[in-house]
Every structure is written in C-alpha cells, then in structure tokens.
Design a protein around this ligand. Structure first.
Ligand code: S3P
Length: 455
C-alpha cells in the first residue's frame, strides 16, 4: 500500500548573505490555505467555478492532482485563472492509484473529510514529512461520523479512507484550534444528514467558512468561552462561484522581516490577504516597533486584502511577549517572527506554541537549535519559545530545512542580517509554498542565492 511520494524537494543548497538594502514592490504569491480550498470546494459544487490568483506551488499542485485523480476536471485559462468543473457533493469518482499529498497537511486532512462522504476507498499518502504528522485529529471525528480508516502505525499516513453516503452529523470538540480539523469536519458535514458543529478552543483561520458561504452552504458561527462553534447544514448542494485569491500573508512575512532588518529599506507588498484570523504577524511586528503601513486594497471576494508598506531601520525592533491567544492567528509566521526576535533588543517570548512541534518539521526545535547554531540564545520552556535578540547575530552555519519550507526561508532571511552567511540545505522544499522566493527576494535587493533550489 505504501507508495511514498518523491522527496526530491529536499535537494538544493541556498545561501542568505549579509548586506543589501531592500526596496521596490512585490506581489507575493496567492494564499496557500485559500488556494487549496478553492480547488477542493469547487470540486464539490455542481458546475464550473472560476478561481484566480491561485498559488502554483508543489502543495497546491498536489491538491489539483489528487482531485484530477478523483475525476475532477481542472483547466487553466490563458490568463492563468482556473476553471474547475465540480461533480457535486458525493460526486467524486474512485482513483486508481494512491492520492499523493506531497508535503501538504492541508491537502491530506481536507481530502480525508471529503472522502469520508464517498462510498469508495481511497489511499492518502505523502512525503516523509507528511507521513510523520498526526492524523488522529481528523480520523477520530470522521470515524464518529461513520467513515472507516486503516492507517499506518500510530494513525499516520499512508491511510485508507472508506467513506459512506450515510454520514452522521456530529458535534465535535476539537482539542486544538486547527483550521485543518475544522474545515475537514465541515467538509464531511456537507455530506451528512443534519447539522455538524465543530467547537474550537480559540478561533482558527476562517477561510473555509467564508468560502463555503460563497458557494451557498449554510454555515453559522457562535462565540463559546473564548473559542467558537462553527456549524454547517448537511445534504448540501453547492452552486459554483468565482473566487479571487489574495496574496499569502504567510509568504509576505519573509520579505517584511528581511526589510525590517535592513537599515534604510522600503518595500511595498501588493494585495496581501489581511483576514483578521491571519494577521497576528503584523500585530506582533508592530508591537516590536516595526513601521508597517496598511492601505486596504479593493478586492472582489470574501477575503480582505491590503497593500503594505514596510520601512526598515537599524536597531528598530524591540523584544515582544506574545500570549497564547496569538498562536492560532500567527501559527505559520513564528519562523519569520523568530528571526525578527533574534535581532531585536531584549528577550522575546512566544507563549503556547506547542503546535509548532507537529508542522512540516518540529519547528519549535528547528527554530531553537538553528538560532543557537547561528549564535542567538534561544530556549524552549514547556510550550514557549524564548529568544534573546542581538543586533547582529554571528551566522556562519548550515541549517537543514528537513522538508520544511518556512524553516528554509526564515534562516535565509536571518542570513541577510548576520555577520556571516547562513547556508540552508534542502532548500528545494521552498517550492511547496513559494517557488519564486529566491528571485523575488533578489529583485528587492536581498542577498539570497537559491541556485536551482528555488530559483
Ligand atoms: C492551515 C491551517 C494551519 C496551518 C497550515 C494551513 C489550513 O494548520 O499551520 O499551514 O490551511 O487550514 P492547523 O490547522 O494544523 O493549525
């Protein structure tokens, strides 16, 4: 059953070198979370949906390939937009082969929710990073709804999902605030007979809810004790729609931090998604003293966006203490934020970030050990990360990306602010979220050499 996907993105070495003032404008690539959802939810609508601004990276291409294998027709127009011919809720067809989700937890977990409502078996797998990540958090609710699972050791991929067209509605208390768990259960809920509700301890990103409403699904949200309950009506019929994907604030975090760390820099980032469930990074950087202006941009869709202007100043950042309430709306940006903290004045503390242990790599450990190797004092206390900033870290190390794109980009950015370069091994993994990272950063003036790893 095991058919591991290629780990070739682990190839390639990149270098972040000191120096360079950043200036100019940049359009960061489309939001990864929203792009996955655009393809997956369109696949369940009856008829043709349109999506523009989609991210074209390995992660999203994996989602597209899985959907094609399940009978969904996806075409790209001359303008680069996509037309997705949905087959309706319950309408996917069995796939001949393993559904390879590559490096993408979002692809695997959201597809599991959709497959739970289909009366065939499908096998989900991925690269070595994805095969080590926990799937119990989606298996448990989906089994409670009536789907069956066969997994590798300890609830990891590869796993076989056998769905049913008689899914039961569910009230599910999610132990972690996770948009992947929430969206997975809501997608399964579309296929159930009745109302399915997910309660999360703190609100996670709401792209799924916004998009489902755009397709005509009945989704409601209620505040519950600091968290929220999100419900969807089952037996749903989704009508096709047009989706406009904003730029990814998680990708924007890297040029933002690089600009903040280079004295005299001024960069403008266009049409960045500013959904409030995602903008913890902007709040955190401003609390550190960062100069970031925000001009709302006119958008067509359900997601807000803005043009951001960032100005860097030597010694311009001070340490910050971020409470656990930051975690769900900042979760993918801690690697970039950690590099800002590494150069800030004082000791920063990121509280309640234990979920970083189960990302594309154990990011808590990768950040701690990488920072220490680069000459920055950092430690982990329970679920908190502490970083003692220094104006010009030593650098002069090689960091292994270990199939984690954000660890790779974060340390390349740090290299631009160090006394000596930082080399990143396995930098090809950057292709999972931002294939043009290297050239985009160089165009702004950052001394980041990605060779063939992420041109
Ligand atoms: C995502 C949710 C987050 C995030 C991931 C994308 C999504 O994961 O870290 O990169 O698209 O729903 P969790 O839901 O596990 O927190």
């Amino acid at each position: 059953m095991t058919q591991p996907s290629s780990d070739s993105p682990s190839a390639g070495t990149a270098v972040g070198r000191p120096g360079g003032v950043l200036s100019g404008r940049l359009r960061v690539p489309g939001d990864k979370s929203i792009s996955h959802r655009a393809f997956l939810i369109s696949a369940l609508a009856v008829g043709e949906s349109h999506a523009d601004g989609c991210l074209e990276s390995d992660d999203v291409l994996a989602t597209q390939a899985c959907l094609r294998a399940l009978g969904v027709e996806i075409r790209q127009t001359a303008s680069g937009a996509y037309r997705i011919h949905g087959r309706g809720v319950h309408g996917l067809a069995p796939s001949d082969g393993v559904l390879d989700c590559g490096n993408s937890g979002t692809a695997a977990r959201l597809l599991a929710g959709i497959l739970a409502g289909h009366t065939f078996s499908a096998v989900l797998s991925g690269d070595t990073s994805l095969r080590s990540r926990p799937m119990r958090r989606v298996i448990d609710p989906l089994m409670a709804m009536g789907a069956e699972f066969l997994t590798s050791r300890d609830g990891r991929l590869p796993m076989t999902v056998t769905g049913t067209d008689e899914l039961l509605p569910l009230d599910w208390n999610s132990a972690v605030p996770s948009a992947q768990v929430k969206t997975c259960v809501l997608l399964a809920g579309l296929h159930a007979s009745g109302t399915t509700t997910v309660v999360e301890p703190r609100p996670s990103r709401d792209h799924g809810e916004r998009m489902l409403r755009g397709f005509g699904a009945a989704v409601s949200t209620a505040a519950v004790d600091g968290g929220q309950a999100v419900s969807v009506e089952g037996n749903a019929t989704l009508r096709p729609t047009a989706i406009s994907v904003p730029g990814d604030v998680s990708s924007a975090a890297f040029p933002i931090v690089a600009a903040l760390l280079a004295d005299g820099s001024e960069v403008e980032l266009e049409r960045v998604g500013t959904n409030p469930t995602r903008t913890g990074v902007l709040d955190a950087l401003r609390a550190m003293g960062a100069d970031i202006d925000e001009e709302p941009a006119v958008g067509a869709g359900a997601e807000p966006m803005a043009n951001l202007r960032v100005r860097g100043r030597a010694g311009g950042l001070r340490a910050v203490d971020l409470g656990p309430e930051y975690a769900p709306r900042t979760i993918d940006e801690y690697p970039a934020l950690a590099m800002a903290a590494a150069c800030a004045d004082g000791v920063s503390r990121f509280r309640g970030v234990g979920e970083l242990r189960v990302k594309e790599s154990d990011r808590l450990e990768a950040l701690r050990s990488g920072l220490v190797a680069a000459g920055v004092a950092a430690r982990v206390e329970d679920d908190d990360l502490l970083i003692e900033g220094t104006p010009r870290p030593r650098g002069g190390v090689r960091i292994e990306a270990s199939l984690d794109h954000r660890i790779a980009m974060a340390f390349l950015v740090l290299g631009t602010a160090c006394a000596e370069p930082i080399e990143v091994g396995g930098a090809g993994t950057i292709r999972t979220s931002w294939p043009e990272f290297g050239s985009a950063m160089r165009r702004l003036g950052a001394a980041i050499d990605t060779g063939t790893a992420a041109p």
